[in-house]
Structures are given as C-alpha cells and as structure tokens.
Design a protein around this ligand. Structure first.
Ligand SMILES: Nc1ncnc2c1ncn2[C@@H]1O[C@H](COP(=O)(O)OP(=O)(O)O)[C@@H](O)[C@H]1O
Ligand SMILES: [Mg+2]
Length: 354
C-alpha cells in the first residue's frame, strides 16, 4: 500500500519475519544499567499493558517495541509502526483511524487506518508528542472505548490492539506548555521505559561495536578487523549524539573504508572538528569579537587542510543545534533558521537519524 501523500510504501511486516529478524539480530544490553532495563522490559512484555518508551533518537526505542511484541502473546499478530511526526495535522487522523469512501475530497475508496491494521497485534506510535491536540482527544477515546470510528463513518469498530508509545521529547514539559493532554499522558504512562543515551551507558559501546562489525563484515564479505587501542579510545570517548544509530552507521562506513585488517581512528571519520575547533579557540585571543574568532578558526582550518571541510563544519553546526534543543527538530530548525524539512534532510544526510 502506498501513502497517497508522501508516496512512501506502507509496509505491514510479516510477523514471522519479525520474530526471525529479532532472533537473528541480537539485542545488546551489556552495561549494568542496560541489563536492569532489559529485565524490566522482559517482565512487562507478556502483559497487555501500554508501554511508554522515552529516549533520544537512535537509542533503540523501535527495537525495544518490537522486542516487547515478540515476547507477548500477540507475537503472531501484526506489529505496525507509525511515526506521528511524519504526517500533517490533517493526514494523521486518516492514517490512524482510516476513512470511508467519499469522506472528503480525494477519498475515492475506503482505507483502513493503522489501528485496524494492527488489530490483534501491537501498534507502535513513535513521536507521540507530535500528535495535534485534537487527535490526542480522539486517541484517548479510542484507548478508553477500545473502538475506532473511520472518518466519514458513524459505525464503531472494535479494536484489540496493544499500544506502545515513544517520544524523544519531554512529555511532562509538553503538558506544562499546553501541547500534550495530561489525561492521555496518564493513560499511556502505565509502564515507562527510559532508554539512556549511549554516552551514559558506555558499557554498551564496545559490545555494540562488535555486534555491528559481525553483522556488516558478513554483508560486506570482509574479515573481522583488529581494533587498536586508539580506535577503542575514540569509540569510547566520542559522545554519540545520534546514539546507537550513529554508531551503527559509523561502523558500517568504517568497514567500507578501512584497508587491511586494522580499523584505524581515521576510518571512523568521527567529527574530530570538535577537537580542531577547540584547539583553534585555545590559540585565539579571547578578547576578540565572535566573528573575528570564527574567521581565525576558518583561516586556520584552511591552512591545516581538512578533507571534506564543508561537511565537517555543517555537520558540527547541525549536531550542535540538534543537541542544544535536546533533539527537538522544530526547535533546532528554528535555531538554524531553516525549515524542519531541510533539517531532517541534513540529519539524514549525516546519518544522525534514519
Ligand atoms: N540494544 C541494541 N542492540 C542492538 N542494536 C540496537 C540496539 N538498540 C538499537 N539498535 C539498533 O540501532 C538502530 C536504531 O534503533 P531504533 O530502535 O530505530 O532507535 P529509535 O527508535 O530510538 O530512534 C537500529 O538499527 C537498531 O537495530
Ligand atoms: Mg525510531
């Protein structure tokens, strides 16, 4: 099925395929804190309770949601994932609840929504904080009544769906700002699961590195490279703002470019611009105006000659704005004076989000 507006293919994964892929791609929870979390996840998974997963982008929210589904009695039912932030305000309701033919201009045939697609299984609502308030009211009703009404219809359809919600924003703050309904928050916050950023569970880093090396070396038909101490140090010290997704992309890329059997720090191509900037700043007089400092930094960077300087600087700018706004894309775009769409394109380009 193709989304009529975005043209993206809407896929309904084959449940059997999901359980196979979960078994094939082991979950890494090696850090003591992560182990504790995994045991919580595995305790609550078999129940039908709504789970609410919090965590920065790339921390594994969707993976955990799939794991919960695969451990529940619904494992043979469908698992549907929808990113609430990916649809316009008008579209999101027809995505969730579906519509009847003739419900609005362009509704040429009846379409079922994600709640119906997930019937008998699990519905993963990612970025639930992005839902417009009017849709939040309807979602709350669906959760209470356990039935949906397609747009343009009056007939309620019973729904048997376990909901797993996720956000990378602070919903408590969103409630205070009047952007999220408190009653809906209590309804979904039954089992809260907090995924820490990778920089706060460094015990996971090297096991994840080994995990991704073993996956990608097979795909790339390469051999397992040696990891010298300075590579390990860099992997452990880098703050991973894009979390596990960024680590995965970094390893994939590094295996493509490393020659021989040694994975060197330069193969990781991490934004060492951070340290370069710092060195330049330290050697610049603090009394100068900001613009002068910037000009000097750039002059110094030109002299030193950095490959892909343009990408390094833009990546640093984008990342810093993204981190500064605590992974809130709307705010980061505002800081940079660009549209959210342009920001998303950049974040994808640099492998920070999917
Ligand atoms: N604990 C983990 N073990 C192994 N791989 C993981 C783990 N957590 C996340 N990943 C991988 O990292 C990537 C990002 O995870 P994802 O669930 O999409 O994050 P999020 O939904 O929080 O943005 C995926 O490729 C996923 O398979
Ligand atoms: Mg995700």
């Amino acid at each position: 099925m193709v989304n009529p507006v975005t043209g993206r293919l809407l896929t309904f994964p084959d449940p059997q395929q999901i359980s196979l892929s979960i078994r094939a791609s082991a979950l890494i929870f090696a850090d003591p804190e992560s182990k504790k979390l995994l045991s919580l996840i595995e305790r609550v998974a078999p129940s039908d309770a709504t789970a609410y997963i919090k965590g920065e982008t790339g921390t594994g929210k969707e993976l955990v949601a799939r794991h919960i589904h695969s451990l529940s009695s619904r494992r043979n039912g469908p698992f549907a994932a929808i990113n609430c932030g990916a649809f316009s305000e008008t579209l999101v309701e027809s995505e969730l609840f579906g519509y009847e033919r003739g419900a609005f201009t362009g509704a040429v045939s009846t379409k079922i929504g994600w709640f119906e697609s997930a019937n008998g299984g699990t519905l993963f609502l990612d970025e639930i904080g992005d839902l417009p308030l009017s849709t939040q009211v309807k979602l709350l009703r669906v959760l209470q009544e356990r039935e949906i009404v397609r747009i343009g219809s009056r007939k309620p359809i019973p729904i048997d769906v376990r909901l797993i919600a996720a956000t990378n924003v602070n919903l408590e703050e969103a409630i205070r700002a009047g952007r999220f309904r408190e009653d809906l928050y209590y309804r979904i916050n039954v089992v809260p699961i907090q995924l820490a950023p990778l920089r706060e569970r460094t015990g996971d880093i090297l096991p994840l590195v080994r995990h991704f090396i073993s996956i990608y070396k097979d795909r790339l038909h390469s051999t397992e490279p040696e990891l010298p101490p300075d590579t390990l140090r860099m992997l452990l010290e880098y703050p991973w703002p894009g979390n596990i997704r960024e680590l995965e992309n970094t390893i994939h890329r590094a295996l493509l470019v490393c020659d021989g059997n040694v994975l060197r720090p330069s193969n990781l191509n991490l934004p060492i611009i951070q340290t370069v900037f710092q060195d330049c700043l330290n050697s610049t007089h603090q009394t100068e105006t900001d613009m002068c400092v910037l000009e000097k930094i750039f002059a110094q960077l030109f002299e030193q000659g950095h490959d892909e300087l343009h990408d390094l600087v833009i990546r640093k700018l984008i990342l810093q704005a993204y981190e500064h706004s605590r992974m809130n894309q709307v705010q980061a775009a505002k800081l940079l004076g660009i549209s959210r769409n342009v920001l998303r394109t950049q974040l994808k380009h640099f492998g920070i989000i999917e």
